[in-house]
Design a protein around this ligand. Structure first.
Ligand SMILES: Cc1ncc(COP(=O)(O)O)c(C=O)c1O
Length: 478
């Protein structure tokens, strides 16, 4: 048996070769695999091996069991959710980060990881046009970054919740203002922070799925009159369903008037502010308290890397810093990232961001984002040009919501029809799309964000959509 700690060169060579071959033809796989729940479990042994196995055997199972049961996000015709893909340099950086394997909780456990995070956060903030005094911190996901921002907002209320908790105290209900379009992680954060789902207020939207500022003001006034305490407003720049953009500047004025924390969730769309003609996406964000953007969504950085920018990072530290004796250090001025969240040990995530920023340069990233947006706009034109198809929402970026809508069918029939078209398209294995609802209407959603997606891929998706629509059984009106 080969010693498992002495075969690195061979193992890396094999894996490197596999990765290179994979990226030569990610489109040779079905985008969505043909598997059912439980298939992978059934294909694997029920018990762990007692004796170490040859690398060959593991790699063979990876190829034969894991890869065929994988949904290929790298496939150029992956158009579901928010389509993403990892830059080669970032994949290489992940191998280096795993090699160094630092736990970046204290400056002294990882000086380079800590300081590279500071540098890449400054670079990213500058590219996004954020105030230089803002601080960026890396988290795994926007969900956790958003949770952290709301925990900071709760701390900023000075209600001694950190010390005394929330149970058995005469605290007013704390209220968070969102819309029907806000990502669900905000509600989860409200659950985890003891605020309660019932205290998450859905402010009505306008016709373009954006928060109505007059309605926000009215909600806050009503809550205050009822002795409730507004905690935070969450504005979204690039909502998950339609990429709608809340009017941050006007919302910020309301937040200021009532002294409420404003968090901006720009997980997907915020990155586009790197492109000068889309800089206005973040208009008014300098008036907010916190902002989330996800380089792992639309900046070719592999999962997981989400950034929380804060006007005043000290509030997060107030919320989370807790230093047991065994973690005290003599470097009084150093940043210790364990102070900024629940997690102690942290991965060296800044490394892959640094590699991407340097390998592409700002121009390289802008060029790709412009390309994705242009492809989506072209797709929307094709849909608009067909009398039986409808675009269902504004599409300022790289996502289009649409449906097949032959005349004479009500919304319920169109839902059944479009769901069947989407399933038929996905069953081809050539394309993967997903769906949402816009104002209660079922919408097929096509999202472009993959480095390898070309016009021909979008064209192929449209051909398949039209073909499946033409052969779908059109339900009779109810
Ligand atoms: C607007 C928005 N916010 C937050 C999230 C959650 O992202 P993550 O998976 O990084 O938690 C998403 C996911 O798509 C999103 O679209």
């Amino acid at each position: 048996m080969i010693d498992p700690t002495s075969s690195l060169r061979d193992e890396l060579d094999r894996v490197g070769e596999w990765i290179v071959r994979y990226f030569e033809h990610p489109d040779s796989y079905r985008v969505m695999p043909q598997v059912r729940p439980g298939d992978v479990v059934a294909a694997l042994p029920a018990h762990p091996p007692e004796i170490g196995e040859p690398f060959d055997a593991i790699l063979a199972d990876f190829e034969q069991i894991i890869v065929p049961a994988t949904t290929h996000w790298n496939h150029p015709r992956f158009f579901a959710y928010f389509a993403t893909s990892a830059a080669p340099a970032a994949i290489a950086a992940e191998a280096l980060a795993a090699t160094l394997d630092v736990k970046a909780m204290l400056w002294r456990t990882s000086p380079a990881a800590t300081e590279l995070e500071e540098v890449t956060m400054r670079w990213l903030g500058e590219l996004l046009g954020l105030p230089p005094a803002w601080t960026g911190i890396i988290y795994d996901t926007a969900s956790i970054a958003g949770f952290t921002a709301l925990a900071a907002a709760r701390e900023a209320l000075d209600l001694a919740i950190r010390e005394e908790g929330m149970i058995g105290r005469a605290l007013p209900p704390l209220r968070i203002y969102i819309t029907q379009e806000t990502h669900s992680h905000v509600e989860k954060a409200a659950i985890a922070l003891g605020i309660g789902q019932r205290n998450v207020v859905r402010v009505p939207c306008d016709d373009a799925f954006c928060m109505r500022v007059d309605a926000l003001r009215a909600c806050i006034e009503a809550d205050r009159a009822a002795a409730m305490r507004p905690l935070a407003i969450v504005a979204t720049v690039g909502s998950t369903s339609t990429t709608s953009i809340d009017p941050v500047r006007e919302i910020a004025a309301v937040a200021r008037d009532f002294g409420v924390w404003l968090h901006v969730d720009a997980a997907y769309a915020g990155i586009a502010a790197i492109v000068p003609e889309f800089r206005s996406l973040l208009d008014g964000v300098d008036l907010a308290d916190s902002l989330v953007v996800n380089p792992h969504k639309w900046m070719f950085v592999p999962m997981d890397l989400s950034v929380l920018f804060l006007k005043d990072e000290a509030v997060v530290r107030r919320a989370f810093s807790l230093v047991p004796e065994y973690l005290t250090t003599p470097e009084a001025d150093a940043v210790n990232y364990m102070d900024y969240g629940l997690q102690l040990g942290r991965r060296f995530r800044a490394l892959k961001l640094w590699f991407v920023l340097r390998r592409f340069g700002a121009e390289g990233i802008r060029e790709r984002l412009r390309g994705h947006i242009a492809l989506a706009q072209e797709f929307a034109e094709w849909v608009n040009a067909e009398p039986e198809w409808q675009v269902l929402a504004p599409h300022p970026l790289s996502v289009v919501c649409f449906r097949y809508a032959p005349a004479g069918l009500d919304d319920a029939s169109l839902e059944a029809l479009n769901a069947s078209i989407m399933h038929a398209v996905n069953a081809t294995g050539e394309v993967f799309i997903s769906h949402t609802k816009t104002n209660g209407r079922y919408a097929i959603r096509l999202a472009i964000g993959n480095l390898r997606t070309q016009l021909s891929d979008v064209r192929r998706a449209w051909e398949i959509l039209k073909r499946e629509a033409a052969s779908a059984a059109v339900p009779r009106p109810r």
